[in-house]
Design a protein around this ligand. Structure first.
Ligand code: 3PG
Length: 307
């Protein structure tokens, strides 16, 4: 019987795990759980006899693959797969998939929640600002960006986006104004929300010069990956521009420096919270389980990200 391991350092909600159990059980597969693990050793031991894995932001590299001699498929229950060594997986003939879109609404809701929080000065009792009428710039118009646009419309915001991989008419069809480049987005928007993946091209792409182009009183919000922001450049910009705010769901490596130097203009969630909802856990977890079942039953490789 094939064994599916759910290895999640940051666990799914219990209801999501029950949903995964049901899908796996109905397909006649065995489920093993390694939740909230605290050491690499635990992970390396748990993978030893599994045929498939469901993971979240867990670091899956060649050492893990080497310890998992039966492993055929890893499904990242979520969008970003920068935590998986794709090259090593391909070399070992292991299929890697993600579950695109399944947690996009959860991340998008957090964006608007953080924005209200930031615009109201972190609820410190002082007079804040409203989102209505403000110009929101989305850097990338994928699943999360599109959901942010949908919700932001309800707030009465003006929305524009830059995404070299998304045709203008797709944006225009939902009332989003395409802009010609990221400089333009940073220079013209009151708020810039990052929705780019971490790739060799995007790492540290949000740099000092770009941030310094932002409008007076602008807010930068990052629910994507910390690696896309050049932290040193951002800190320098925020020290020179006391009107800028940074809200992030991905705690910077230099969190203490931001806390000390940007008091009242910086907020980071203690843990990555974007996809941490019952609904997102359920959607992404069950999608991952179904993709594994389809892979073993029919050889289905839809959503494979290493080819
Ligand atoms: C994603 O890429 O899907 C999100 O960043 C969610 O990550 P998480 O599963 O670690 O919460």
């Amino acid at each position: 019987m094939k064994k599916i391991l759910v290895a999640t350092e940051k666990p799914f909600a219990a209801i999501a795990v029950n949903g995964i159990k049901e899908v796996v059980g109905l397909a006649g597969l065995e489920l093993a759980l390694l939740e909230k693990y605290t050491s690499r050793e635990q992970l390396l031991q748990a993978v030893a006899d599994c045929d498939a894995m469901i993971i979240r932001s867990d670091q899956i590299d060649d050492e893990v693959f080497a310890a998992a001699s039966n492993l055929k498929i890893v499904v990242r229950a979520g969008a970003g797969y920068d935590n998986v060594d794709l090259e090593a997986a391909t070399r070992r003939g292991i299929v890697v998939m993600n579950t695109p879109g399944q947690n996009a609404n959860a991340v998008a809701e957090l964006v608007l929640g953080l924005l209200v929080f930031g615009y109201r000065n972190f609820y410190d009792g002082s007079s804040g600002k409203e989102l209505q009428g403000k110009k929101l710039g989305l850097l990338a118009f994928g699943n999360v960006g599109r959901n942010v646009a949908r919700i932001a419309r309800g707030f009465g915001m003006e929305i524009c986006a830059y995404d070299p991989f998304c045709p203008s008419d797709v944006m225009e069809a939902v009332g989003v104004q395409p802009v010609s480049g990221q400089e333009d987005l940073f220079a013209t928007c009151d708020i810039v929300s990052l929705h780019i993946p971490a790739t060799p091209e995007t790492v540290k792409s949000i740099h000092y010069d770009l941030i310094m182009k932002m409008k007076p009183g602008a807010v930068l919000i990052n629910t994507a990956r910390k690696e896309v922001v050049d932290e040193e450049g951002l800190l320098r910009a925020m020290n020179e521009r006391h009107d800028l705010k940074y809200l992030t769901d991905v705690k910077p490596a230099t969190h203490n420096a931001f806390t000390e130097q940007c008091t009242g203009r910086y907020f980071a969630t203690p843990k990555k919270m974007g996809a941490q909802t019952l609904e997102a856990n359920t959607n992404a977890g069950i999608a991952a389980a179904r993709q594994i079942v389809a892979f073993f039953q029919d050889g289905c490789t839809r959503f494979q990200v290493n080819k």
